[in-house]
Design a protein around this ligand. Structure first.
Ligand code: COA
Length: 389
């Protein structure tokens, strides 16, 4: 409640600000659906490209539609040379999310559409952004390791091509499938912070490049997509499964949060965590090294136990970022790129939300209560008191 008696919803918790046909988060029962399809069915059975079609065009594709979409995506993966050059000239220490946000924004400069007075927010441009996002990440991954970027292939899926562009080697099927499942699971999540940010930006009739750039900026923080990278740092700090409980007790004792645990919507374990955990387990068995998976398992168990003791009235369980950490680590990715990988999946949802917003637009412009001083006379600069030094 504000001093003026108005109800203030900090964090917009429980406030409904719009509607969507795209995805539904049922936090109490732990269900996530994309246009009515349960992710429990989509994760094992659909590819990321099928999800892109579902979100952008309203239904799962026929074989012909899927072939067409795959061609559209795979022929748009190349980046404009000046953007690659810009990455080459950037400090190798630059944080991957800063690079991804900057270069993704730069794609607008090379948009084939004349931007003067034109809106380029259409499915075609959405596909362009979906296609290029992993190329930016893979290129930066190599450039910062003093390696030349590898050109995308147009005969591979988004997931397989990304892994190929990092190493120049064809990934094993199990690796490509694990990443594909990850992208499927990350594709959309209703009005989460970054998607809302994209919709706010689109609602001003800014174009899709601007709205996606806003979403990328919002994703970065560790209360949102940044938690994936932070969760990996936690695995590193824990070091071995037997240290998990002591780590959790120490961290909570210092008032810290366990990254990858807790969610604004879910009161039970995030439904995506089960699929990601299964993929992380499969991958670790394939690699013959289950270190990250075992630490994550122990950490989840310890967090559940200690949080139940210390915050018995809260429902804090593993979220999507928790098992992202062992999964992406076992795909050979460095922890500071995990948030960028999140963006490579969520770009599908962001684009669909931006187009949905523009399809029935109303400027999003909330209010705030004013808590400052009451109106008073203006004091000219010569009459203001001098600052004591
Ligand atoms: N570890 C420890 N305590 C946690 C926690 C976590 N991961 N997540 C929430 N809590 C606690 C808070 O400290 C708070 O306790 P208090 O009431 O005793 O102060 C309580 O649970 C409610 O937290 P609050 O921040 O109000 O809930 P929220 O709805 O805003 O939280 C998150 C949602 C995601 C921001 C929160 O769970 C979090 O910070 N998680 C860690 C970061 C993360 O994984 N983010 C990715 C989300 S997909």
């Amino acid at each position: 409640m504000s001093s003026t008696g108005l109800i203030v919803d900090r964090g917009l918790e429980g406030v409904v600000v719009g509607s969507t046909l795209l995805s539904n988060v049922e936090g109490k029962i732990g269900r996530l659906t994309y246009r009515g399809y349960d992710i429990d069915d989509l994760a094992p059975n659909a590819t990321f490209e099928e999800i892109v079609h579902l979100l952008l065009f309203g239904q799962l594709p026929t074989s012909d539609e899927l072939d067409h979409l795959k061609r559209e995506i795979s022929t748009r993966r190349m980046l404009p040379e000046p953007l690659i050059d810009g990455m080459r000239r950037s400090p190798k220490t630059a944080w991957p999310m800063d690079v991804l946000r900057t270069v993704a924004s730069g794609l607008a400069l090379f948009s084939p559409v004349n931007r003067v007075g034109e809106h380029v927010s259409d499915a075609h441009t959405a596909i362009e952004l979906i296609a290029k996002m992993p190329t930016i990440l893979a290129a930066w991954d190599r450039i910062r390791r003093d390696l030349d970027p590898i050109e995308p292939r147009n005969d591979l899926s988004q997931a397989a091509n990304f892994l190929y562009m990092r190493t120049g080697k064809m990934p094993a099927e199990i690796e490509a499938k694990a990443l594909d499942t990850y992208l499927v699971l990350l594709a959309d999540h209703s009005y989460n912070a970054s998607t809302f940010s994209a919709r706010v930006t689109a609602s001003t009739r800014a174009d899709i490049y601007a709205a996606v750039t806003a979403a990328l900026a919002t994703l970065e923080g560790d209360l949102h997509g940044g938690a994936a990278s932070a969760a990996f740092n936690t695995l590193l700090s824990v070091g071995s499964p037997d240290r998990a409980e002591i780590y959790v007790r120490d961290a909570l004792g210092r008032g810290e949060r366990i990254m990858g645990m807790g969610h604004r919507e879910y009161r039970v374990r995030d439904p995506r965590a089960r699929h990601l955990e299964a993929k992380a387990k499969e991958l670790s068995a394939y690699r013959g090294d289950s270190r990250w998976y075992e630490i994550a398992r122990a950490l989840e168990e310890a967090s559940n136990k200690v949080l139940k003791e210390t915050k018995p009235d809260k429902s804090i369980y593993a979220n999507v970022d928790f098992y992202t950490a062992p999964l992406l680590a076992d795909l050979g990715m460095p922890g500071d790129e995990f948030t960028c990988m999140f963006a490579c999946g969520r770009i599908a949802g962001w684009s669909a939300h931006i187009l949905e917003q523009l399809g029935d637009n109303r400027l999003i412009r909330p209010q705030a209560t004013y808590e400052g001083p009451p109106p008073g006379p203006f004091v000219p600069i010569g009459s203001r008191p001098t600052t004591a030094h």
